[in-house]
Ligand binder design. Structure first.
Ligand code: GRF
Length: 225
């Protein structure tokens, strides 16, 4: 089944949400961003959603004493709009079993590293300190393992000699936007599934994450999509 209804979870700026809104507006994507949920009331991404006329909710994690209670409320809130796909785009909370189980196989996360390298935070400085020649971003299915679910797609950029975390992040950001849009496009054009720890595109297992090309296409089995 191809994806139509998409819910986006954010915690901050929401530039990746904006990339999806813009791609939808320009006709590049044809999805219904049916709900934006933020765990922070001051997230700038909420204004981006409001301006685009998308329904928004704030679920402030600090109002809950226990992770399970936040998790239960979040599962209900997401489920109310019955999305085909849930995108974590800069959503800075760890999810518990209620959300993970309910949305297993239809929740994906954007992470700023070439997974399995550098799960967690400070990925840019870790890549620079390690002397990596490339850095990038990945989109993966969300599982109980933090940043550890099967990786669907990646984008790579070179690390320049004089890069610091800030310049590397700034150069990666527009390519992250391209990755999010192209990955959602993939979900709306093909059946993308996560089964037996692998990614299946239209019933075929892919052997490694799809790499975003400079023209924002992916190559699957020598076919450009
Ligand atoms: C992105 O860099 C993403 O990789 C990370 O958080 C950032 C979110 O940016 N997980 P924005 O809120 O979409 O601008």
């Amino acid at each position: 089944m191809s994806v139509q209804k998409v819910t986006v979870l954010i915690s901050g700026n929401g530039s990746n949400l904006q990339a999806l809104i813009d791609a939808n507006r320009s006709g590049h994507l044809n999805i219904d961003i049916n709900h934006v949920i933020s765990n922070r009331a001051d997230a700038a991404g909420l204004d981006r959603a409001r301006i685009a006329g998308i329904s928004c909710s704030i679920l402030d994690h600090t109002n809950f004493n226990r992770l399970e209670e936040f998790d239960r409320a979040l599962a209900v809130l997401i489920g109310a709009q019955n999305p085909d796909l849930v995108i974590l785009a800069g959503f800075m909370r760890i999810l518990g079993s209620q959300v993970l189980e309910k949305f297993s196989g239809r929740m994906i996360n954007l992470h700023p590293s070439l997974l399995p390298l550098y799960r967690g935070t400070n990925t840019y400085s870790r890549a620079i300190e390690a002397g990596d020649l490339q850095h990038g971003a990945s989109m993966h299915f969300v599982t109980a393992e933090l940043d550890g679910g099967p990786v669907i797609s990646q984008v790579r950029i070179p690390v320049e000699k004089d890069d610091d975390a800030e310049t590397l992040a700034a150069r990666l950001s527009p390519r992250e936007h391209d990755l999010v849009v192209s990955t959602v496009e993939l979900f709306s054009s093909f059946s993308v599934q996560c089964k037996t720890g692998k990614i299946w595109v239209d019933g075929k297992a892919i052997s490694c994450p799809l790499q975003l090309q400079t023209d924002n296409s992916f190559v699957i089995d020598k076919t450009t999509v």
